[in-house]
Design a protein around this ligand. Sequence first.
Ligand code: PRT
Ligand code: ZN
Length: 216
Amino acid sequence: MEPVQTLRIAIQKSGRLTEKTITLLENIGIRFDGYKNRLLVKALNFDVELLLIRDDDIPEYVQDGICDLGVVGANVTLETQADITILKDLDFGHCRLSIASPVSRNINSAKELGGRRIATSYPVLTRKFFDSLGLDVHIIKISGAVEITPRLDVADAICDLVSTGSTLKTNGLRELETILQSQSQLIRTNKPLPQHKVDLIEKFLVRIEGQLLAEN
Ligand code: PRT
Ligand code: ZN
């Protein structure tokens, strides 16, 4: 089979990172002719294409070399434990992964949660954090609406992403501890790439660095 030569970049199909990612790529000079409701989009002016997928799948697609580059939150890359290289922090999609518990429960520290039930979409990172405290907890993996689980008595505390903190507040939860600071990153496959892709990635990196400097 002929090797694929077009530089393929995995980005989030539809979510918080999508628009900012497209804007960044356009700001460094890559032109696209519409990307909504499409899975694979070719650039008009470079030998580049975008694969639009769920953010959770991006690190593994890059790890496996299905895509050469990806734009995804550090929270997702670390949770999937993918073997990739981080090329650049992109300074958007900032958030933190935090432990929170109901205000009504009078828990003041994550250290008080040994033996308790913790609901999260980030079981790997949550387990690592409690292991580092030497605490055993029951981790309940939930894919969405984690913040409601203490009220339903499904969990005693949660580990979830926070940006403004208003979701926690609305749900009567108090942030106890941040276990990870996250932002979007440009990641690269560790699989060997042909020289023209290496050169193109280098060129884009220089432009991204210039763009980030200009924004700050
Ligand atoms: O469909 P797909 O799987 O691609 O999308 P998704 O629903 O998994 O992800 P999406 O689009 O919600 O988020 C994509 C990425 O944005 C995350 O992986 C983070 O890297 C980043 N990000 C930045 C956030 C937030 N800020 C954020 N606030 N992701 C989620 N949230 C949620 C959080 O889970 C909680 O429900 O927003 C709520 C808290 O927000 P505040 O402002 O009330 O604190
Ligand atoms: Zn997701």
